[in-house]
Structures are given as C-alpha cells and as structure tokens.
Design a protein around this ligand. Structure first.
Ligand code: NAP
Ligand code: GDD
Length: 348
C-alpha cells in the first residue's frame, strides 16, 4: 500500500517534533518546512533521528510562511495527502512587540498556504489541519469553552489566529476543502520552548535541584490554564484529518490550574514544598522548610491585556473519534523536571 505523505510546517517547534514522531511511527512519509537559521543544529530534529533509524522517512525543505513561492515549491516537491500547519510566531507576549510580523505569519501565511493548494489544484487530494488556539477565546463569555464559544481575542497573536481560523472555514465552505481547525488548549512537554511559563518553571526547578540559588522571576501567578501533554494532542490532530469531512474540534483536558499550582507541582518533584507569602508585586514563593525565596514577581512579564483563565470541553473530539488525553498533569510535570535535570547534568 502507498504510504501516506504529510507536510508539517513548523516541524522544528515543539508540536512539530511530537507530530513528526507520531506520523513516522504510523508509517507516514513526512516532509517538513523549516526556516533557514544561522545555527543549524535543531535539538528537536536531532531527537527525531531514533524514529528515522527505525525505518521512517523524513525530508526537510527550506521555506517560510511569509514567502508564498517557497510554499508552492515545497507543495510541488512533496505532493502531500495531509498538511499540518503548525508554523507560527507562537509567543503571546512577543506578539505585542511584533504585531505586524505575527499577523504576516499567523494570518496571512495561512492564506498563502490555502491559495497555494488551490492554485496548484491539490484541494481534491490534500487535507489540511490548522493550529487554532484557546487564546482565541480571550475573555471567554462562558466556561468551559467549546467549539461554539465566541472568540474575544486579547492579543495580536490571538487576533491573527482568529483570522486564520475563519479563513480555514471559508475555504471549506467556498471550495470544499477538507480543512480542519484544532482549537488546542495549552500543551507542554520536555520539548516545550524555554520561554513559555511551564518550561521556565521546570528549568528553574531542575537548576535549583542541582545547586543553583537564583530566584525564578514570573509574571501573573494567578493566570490559569488547561495544561495537557503535547504527545496526546498530536494524536488528535492526525485523527481530525482521518474524518470524512473537515471540521473544528477543541482538544483540552478539562482541568485548569494556576501558574502557582504549576510551580508547586514542579518544585514538589525536587522535594521542595512551596508556600506563598505577600501579595501583588511583593508575592513570593518560598521553601516551606528553609524559608529560601524560590519565586518572585517581575512586572515585565505582565501582558498589556491578559487572558486570565481558560478551560476546555473536548467532548466533540471524544465523540467523533474517541480522543482523550492519556498523560496526567502530574506525570507531565515530573517528565519535564526529570528531563531538564538530565539535560543539565549532561551539559552543565
Ligand atoms: P513553537 O514551538 O513556537 O513552534 C513554532 C514553529 O513555527 C517553529 O518550527 C518555528 O520555526 C515555526 N515558524 C515560525 N515562524 C515561521 C515562519 N515565518 N515560517 C515558517 N516557520 C515558522 O510552537 P508549538 O508550541 O509547537 O505550537 C505549534 C502551533 O500550535 C503554533 O501555530 C501555535 O501557535 C499553535 N498552538 C500551540 C499551543 C501550545 O500550547 N503549544 C496551543 C494552541 C495552539 P523556528 O524553529 O525556526 O522558530
Ligand atoms: N511566558 C510566561 N512567562 N508566562 C507567564 C510568566 C512568565 O514568566 N509568568 C506568568 N505567566 C502567565 C502568562 O501571563 C499566561 O497567562 C500564562 O502564564 C501562560 O503563558 P505561556 O506559557 O506563555 O502560554 P500562553 O497561554 O500565553 O500561550 C501558549 O498557549 C496558547 C494556547 O492557549 C502558547 O503556546 C500559544 O502559542 C498557544 O496558542
């Protein structure tokens, strides 16, 4: 039987890593779009080599979501059955500093991709997945959020993603594209970028375990998110594209925790029991046993407009294709802290 061919944009990112690994293990031929960078050694791509040694097939292409000609060339070279558009300027706070660039990649980039598929006549044979996000709900009008909850974006990142979401729906309706939006709530893991709050915390917990006494500076400790594991989420992405028609699905765990609770779980792995003292800018996370300050607040990490709380309802995905997260929050946090500890031991 012919192997299915997938193109992943954003293959060098966290989800790109987990999705490529999953598709390779399912026997796909995987193509990845990557940007040219001055430093060639992507750790995540390096980590994929184990799967490749087991007989997978991975081809990388240079390209950029802001350069439509490069997308056309990659589509011609790869002729994919399935496209997973994961590429994005994905950091919410950075999007306030680079709003036009974020829009160019996260919104216009999706138009470049959809039009390339249409103009090359690939719409009949190619199914598309778009990385939509729970950030689109912003100050959500109800909880938990589902596919029918209105979007109230609170950042340039989220506003661009709302556009991308709607343009996917439009190509589905106007041209019959098999186009799906996965509205994913936060998902993490050892491959998470180091400036997202989860990984920032697990890196700090690992460093302290190995003797580092620096205080971890965080922003809004009360923000709460529905945190799952990226390895579970990429399974749902692939399942969406196996459905008879394109559609929109929420992927979430249905449980929300605060940044404080994330920190408590991470430091607990290293034997530190965190207690919270003070309020507002003076709040501190301290080691209950020694009294040492572990966490403090730095207002530079506050966002001009914040999304205070998100929690998702993934029952549509569960009903349609049986998707459910398997890895618990505690298992995920432990895996991240242990992985960061092991990496630091190897490369001090
Ligand atoms: P990530 O680690 O930041 O990865 C983003 C990827 O996009 C990287 O491979 C990056 O390449 C690539 N990229 C950025 N700008 C590009 C451009 N102009 N042209 C081509 N590639 C570009 O993000 P992630 O956590 O894996 O998330 C994957 C997708 O899901 C993103 O679209 C994100 O917005 C969305 N999402 C993520 C979550 C989550 O919790 N992780 C939840 C909902 C939605 P470089 O390596 O060269 O930077
Ligand atoms: N990054 C960061 N750094 N966030 C902090 C910090 C800090 O020092 N301190 C508190 N936070 C708060 C943020 O204000 C936010 O409310 C929450 O922690 C989570 O922040 P991030 O980890 O940066 O993730 P995000 O929720 O803004 O965005 C991620 O999830 C979205 C899905 O809801 C990204 O992966 C987006 O690409 C994704 O769409």
């Amino acid at each position: 039987m012919r192997r299915r061919v997938a193109l992943i944009t954003g293959i060098t990112g966290q989800d790109g890593f987990y999705l490529a690994r999953h598709l390779l293990s399912e026997g796909y031929q995987v193509h990845g779009l990557r940007r040219r960078t001055s430093f060639n050694g992507s750790d995540r791509l390096q980590n994929l080599s184990d799967t490749l040694n087991e007989g997978g097939s991975l081809t990388l292409h240079h390209g950029d979501m802001t350069d439509q000609a490069s997308l056309i060339r990659v589509l011609q070279e790869s002729k994919p059955d399935e496209i997973y558009n994961l590429a994005a300027q994905s950091h919410v706070q950075v999007s306030f500093e680079k709003p036009a660039y974020t829009t160019a990649v996260n919104a216009l980039g999706v138009v470049h991709l959809l039009e390339a598929v249409r103009l090359l006549g690939l719409a009949e044979q190619t199914r598309l997945y778009q990385a939509s996000t729970s950030e689109m709900y912003g100050v959500a009008e109800s909880s938990p959020q589902s596919e029918t909850t209105p979007f109230r974006p609170r950042s340039p990142y989220a506003a661009a993603k709302v556009f991308a979401h709607h343009i996917m729906v439009n190509y589905r309706e106007a041209y019959g594209f098999h186009a799906s939006n996965g509205i994913c709530f936060n998902h993490e893991g050892p491959e998470r970028g180091e400036t997202f709050v989860s990984r920032k915390i697990t890196l700090a917990a690992a460093a302290r375990r190995l003797g580092d006494k620096s205080v971890l500076m965080l922003g809004n400790l009360s923000a709460s998110r529905d945190w799952g594991h990226a390895a579970d989420f990429v399974v749902g992405m692939q399942q969406m594209l196996q459905q008879p028609h394109g559609d929109d699905y929420v992927l979430a765990t249905g449980v929300a925790r605060s940044v404080r609770q994330f920190a408590e779980a991470a430091f607990r792995v290293t034997g530190i029991d965190l207690a919270w003292e003070g309020e507002g800018l003076d709040e501190r996370g301290v080691d209950r046993k020694s009294g040492a300050v572990i966490i403090a607040v730095d207002p530079r990490h506050f966002r001009p407009s914040e999304v205070q709380a998100l929690i998702g309802d993934a029952s549509k995905a569960k009903e349609a294709f049986g998707w459910e997260p398997r890895i618990s929050f505690e298992e995920m946090v432990r895996e991240m802290v242990e992985s960061d500890t092991a990496r630091m031991r190897k490369e001090p």
